[in-house]
Design a protein around this ligand. Structure first.
Ligand code: C6P
Length: 416
């Protein structure tokens, strides 16, 4: 089966799209690279690389400060990305879209700026068993500092949130809910809009961790009624070093800033500092200008392909992979089989996932093996780790065939 024979609209030339990603055209250990670690970090198309080169070679400078032409140009490009992020999320206004260093920093900004200011001992914060460490540890820090109660919503055996238990966990003591939109470890797509409605019914704001949703799903923070939404650019065909931190205006305005410094102030004296308006209140110091501008190019790129087309393509590749993998006796999938993104978290008999990852690597197949920064989730499943293949729209059936072939090698080597 060739890439073209998948049932995507004829007008999309997926082979040409793959050629936009120069990094994919190489051999690893003498084998063609099959990059299937996109949930950790996706790859960058030439269009984004070109934009970075253009910035670095023609208008690199600091923003919001200089009156000179280069600084103006950099400022315009930086602020253009903010508008693109607004459209990408369907936020009401640009000012609600803030740039952080990554999703992790966005969650920490909410814990410090909202949690430390408004939550007190005995207040309950609800998270889930499926969270990435970056949506667990900040709330534990708040618990230890303030005496809040951290409630954890359980997960079912097949890796979904238990919605009845979610409803029970939310009481009039619930003052904040923080929930993963799509699981990085399993790919589960959570009914986040329904969860937001549960939180709002008791007046609690909700933070949605959209790290694994943003690269795959069409997002609408207004429709979801997200109070906060975070994502990381390096999972969206842009670079490391920048995250998207969305907040509703009324939330951001009443919060304290997380970091203090230049650009986030209107005036400073030794007696008093007046903070700048949003979004600048949350962007202290020189921001990651180049990565933000690259993110703008990445959003244009993803939007030009069409996010529905991306989701369809990934679903088709996932179905193609599952059909083949299910024929391998020792293959065990973790997490749900439907309502998921293109993440395949798996084990092979009792072979340690690190051994699986190493053998796959020798075949040129890049996957992640480990706990995926979700140790409580792994404990819930009774395993230390999984191997995880995560598919992006620029993958093709050759990549999947390489994965399946290498897994067959694992079964032979270990007699699994
Ligand atoms: N998950 C993975 O391989 P940062 O590091 O700030 O860009 O993103 C953190 C993060 C938060 N939430 C979710 C759901 C995530 O998936 C991640 C990053 C990577 O699964 C690296 S651990």
């Amino acid at each position: 089966m060739s890439a073209q024979s998948l049932e995507t609209p004829a007008k999309i030339d997926w082979d040409a799209i793959r050629r936009d990603f120069p990094i994919l055209d190489q051999e690893v250990h003498g084998k063609p690279l099959a990059y299937l670690d996109n949930a950790a970090s996706s790859q960058m198309p030439q269009q984004v690389i070109d934009r970075i080169v253009e910035y670095q070679t023609t208008f690199h400078s600091n923003i919001h400060r200089g009156v000179h032409a280069l600084s103006q140009k950099a400022t315009d490009a930086f602020e253009e990305t903010r508008s693109l992020v607004r459209q990408f999320l369907n936020a009401r206004e640009d000012a609600e879209c803030i740039f952080t260093r990554g999703a992790t920093e966005g969650i920490n900004a909410v814990m410090h700026g909202y949690g430390r200011k408004f939550l007190k001992a005995g207040d309950e914060v609800v998270i889930t068993h499926m969270e990435h460490h970056s949506n667990i540890v900040p709330w534990q820090m708040l618990r230890d500092e303030k005496g809040i109660v951290l409630k954890v919503v359980p997960m079912t055996d097949d890796g979904r949130l238990d919605l009845e238990a979610f409803q029970e966990a939310i009481t009039d003591k619930t003052k904040f809910v923080s929930c993963i939109h799509v699981s990085n470890a399993l790919g589960t797509i959570n009914p986040i809009k329904e969860i937001a409605a549960m939180a709002h019914a008791v007046g609690a704001p909700i933070l949605m961790d959209g790290c694994q949703a943003a690269p795959h799903l069409t997002l609408d923070v207004q429709d979801l009624d997200a109070d906060f939404y975070v994502a990381s650019a390096h999972k969206m065909c842009a670079s490391t070093g920048v995250g998207i931190f969305y907040g509703k205006r009324e939330m951001l305005e009443k919060m304290d800033p997380f970091l203090g410094g230049g650009d986030m102030i209107l005036s400073v004296s030794f007696d008093e500092t007046v903070y700048n308006v949003i979004p600048h209140k949350f962007e202290a110091g020189t921001p990651p200008i180049m990565p933000v501008i690259a993110l703008g190019a990445a959003i244009k790129y993803l939007t030009a392909i069409g996010r529905d087309n991306i989701a369809r393509r990934e679903d088709e590749l996932l179905a193609y992979a599952m059909e083949k993998l299910d024929t391998i006796d020792a293959f065990k999938l973790y997490g749900p089989r439907d309502t998921k993104t293109s993440v395949i978290s798996f084990g092979i008999g009792d072979v340690h996932p690190h051994d699986i990852g190493t053998i796959l690597d020798t075949a040129g197949v890049a996957v992640r093996a480990g706990h995926h920064c979700t140790q409580p989730l792994m404990k819930r499943l009774g395993i230390p780790a999984t191997a995880r293949a995560s598919i992006a729209f620029y993958n093709n059936t050759d990549d999947i065939d390489a994965l399946v072939g290498a897994i067959n090698d694992v079964t032979e080597i270990f007699g699994a």
